[in-house]
Every structure is written in C-alpha cells, then in structure tokens.
Design a protein around this ligand. Structure first.
Ligand code: CA
Length: 374
C-alpha cells in the first residue's frame, strides 16, 4: 500500500513536471505575426503550398505563438517583386525563386539553378554541405535579407511550343517566356526571352504575344492550361536540371526573433524543401499521362540544339564572371563542386538510373518480352 501510494505520487509528479516545463517556456515567448509574400498564385498548390506549409509548421512547433500567413502573388506585391518587399520591410519574409532577381545580381541564379548545372541531389549537397548556402547568403546581405532553401521542383520540362524546334535555326526570333539567366543563354541563339510571372503566361500565349513558354512540369503546366494553346511539349528543361525555391527573411526581423523561433523557421524551410520534390515526383507522372492522353505531343530537344545551348551557357558564365567579382566567386566554387559531383554521380547513381530506366523502356516498347521471361 505504501509502495503503491509512492508510485502514484511519483507518477503524478512526473506528469505535472513534464507538462509544466514546455508551458513555462511557451508563456515566456512573445506572440509574433508575420506575413509571407509568395511569388506564386494560390492555384499552383505545390508552389504556393510550400509557403503555407512553412507557416503551419512554425505555428505547430511554437504552440501557435509564432504565426506566419502566406499571401499569393499580387495580394501584397507582384510575384516578381518579393525580394524588394522583404528588403524594404513591407513584409517580414517571402517565398520566391532567386533567379527572378538576376537583374540586381546575376549570381542570384546559382541559388535557384543555372542551365546545364546541378541536379536536385547535387544542388542540395552544395547548399547544405558544400558551402553553397554561405555564398548565397553573402549575396543577400547586400539586400538586408537571409535566405533558406525552401522547395525544389526537380528537373523541369522544356515547355510548350506552337511550332516544332528541329534545328538551332528554329530558335531565331522565338518569343519564349523563360526566366533569368536561361533567357540570356537562349538570346545568344536568337531567342527573344520574356520574363512573365506564372499567372500571366496563359493569356500571353493564347494571344500570341509569345510563341512558347516554359513553366515547371506536367502537374503545374496542366493547371495553367498551356496544352490548350500550344501542342508540342518539349523535354528536358535543360536550363533547370533542378530549381530551388527560396525563403527570404528581412535580416532585422530575423535578428529580433527568439532563437527557438529561428530554429522552428529554419526547420520548417528544410522540410518544405524535401516535401516539394516529393509532391512533384508523385503528381507529375499522372499529369503527364493525362496531357499526352489529351493530345499533347511529346518532343525531345534535338541533341545539336542542346549542344549549342550548352556552349552558349558556359560562354555566358565566363563573360559575366569577367565583369562581376561576386558572380565569379560563386561560379568558381559552384563549378568545382559540380565537377566533383559529376565524378561521383557517373559511378553509382548514373549507372543505376541508366540501367533501370533502360530496362523500363525496353519493357514498355516490347511488353511481351517481360511476359516471355516468366
Ligand atoms: Ca521553369
């Protein structure tokens, strides 16, 4: 009886203690409300959803003390002005793609992707373990911001074209909606690049203001309806072998946060980074089936077109590096990292992927071969 009494009291004591500790910690923390300006419309639920996810997670981790509400492109500022809004303190934070801001500094491209660059695994390696994030944060210091990787689309599609691209000459005069430094690469081959935010592309393609557009991949492209106004769907988006989204925080606002809130936000961004790739990789195959079933004509870019573009891309990087020391610093580090990654990926990852995917293609072309093997 005595022993049972003791256990009961000890148990109660433990329970009270366990519950009381976080409660005390929570009451000591301030209530903070922030706004995220997203570069994306609500209809693109994976892209816009990443900002919502970050807000939801931060609230969960901080017992609802720190709340961040996401606003779509155009609700507070236009989609391509998120960095300006965060820098000015119009909003505390934003969710965007850094390559929208190559007009301010071309080195911002490395935070998202550059043509013929890294794939998603390699990009995350560079960011989280290879020194990339530190280099990118140096760039954002000039704009009073701190950045976090916060989403990745994976390798993208080449986009929707009204006419087929059979030779390099077919690029001449093509009015193509394409963002950032990839537009400058294609301009070397005669393309007239147009930077247009996601929600505004469809009317431009429908009216014929542009001849072609790229966006992300089957899941988003289907929602934006491009297949209704351009029938050729090209792959791969060789200018986006990966594409990272970034979460930007006004540095002063970041410095004012309690440490625990900073950890919560950093953790939520890292989770959003993984989750977005998982969502796209799950949703894209079904959407691709629907698009092709609905009449979209899949086309691979001809090898000579890709070779000419790759030569133009690296020529462009060298030219910018000669004029811009910040670009050169990031480019040199990125290029070295890229070459190490290629050494490693050629051995294990590529051998595995190329064997398994070649087998899958063989079975797809000749289903009876699989049945005969049984
Ligand atoms: Ca794209």
């Amino acid at each position: 009886m005595q022993r049972r009494e003791f256990l009961r009291k000890a148990g109660a004591g433990l329970a009270v203690g366990a519950a009381a500790t976080p409660a005390i910690a929570q009451t000591a923390q301030p209530e903070i409300r922030w706004r995220i300006a997203s570069s994306f419309p609500k209809s693109l639920d994976v892209l816009f959803g990443a900002a919502e996810h970050i807000g939801r997670r931060v609230a969960q981790i901080t017992g609802n003390k720190f709340q961040i509400r996401a606003f779509a492109a155009g609700e507070i500022v236009p989609g391509l002005q998120v960095l300006d809004a965060v820098q000015a303190g119009t909003v505390e934070c934003g969710h965007t793609a850094s390559y929208y801001y190559v007009g301010k500094n071309p080195a911002f491209a490395f935070d998202t992707t550059v043509p013929f660059g890294l794939n998603t695994r390699q990009h995350n390696a560079w960011m989280y373990a290879g020194g990339g994030l530190e280099l990118i944060r140096e760039l954002y210091k000039d704009y009073g911001c701190i950045s976090f990787p916060a989403g990745n689309t994976g390798a993208q599609m080449g986009g929707w074209f009204r006419k087929e691209i059979k030779t390099v000459a077919d690029l001449k005069g093509l009015k193509f909606r394409i963002a950032g430094i990839a537009g400058q690469m294609l301009a070397k081959l005669g393309v007239v690049p147009q930077q247009i935010a996601g929600g505004d592309i469809y009317p431009a393609l429908e009216k014929g203001t542009i001849d072609a557009t790229e966006w992300v991949g089957p899941y988003d492209d289907e929602k934006l309806g491009f297949h209704k106004v351009a029938k050729y769907y090209y792959y791969p988006g060789f200018w986006e072998g990966t594409a990272q989204l970034s979460f930007l925080v006004n540095q002063k606002k970041w410095d004012e946060l309690p440490k625990e809130y900073q950890y919560a936000l950093e953790t939520a961004c890292a989770e959003a980074n993984i989750l977005m790739t998982a969502q796209y990789d799950t949703k894209n195959p079904e959407a691709l089936r629907r698009l092709v079933g609905g009449g979209a004509q899949l086309r691979g870019f001809p090898r000579p077109v890709m070779e000419a573009c790759m030569a133009a891309a690296f020529e462009l990087y060298e030219e910018i590096a000669q004029k811009n020391a910040q670009f050169k610093k990031v480019y040199d580090a990125w290029n070295k990292f890229r070459s190490d990654e290629q050494l490693w990926f050629r051995v294990a990852e590529h051998s595995f992927d190329s064997f398994v995917l070649a087998e899958a293609s063989r079975e797809l072309r000749n289903p009876s071969a699989k049945a005969a093997k049984k």
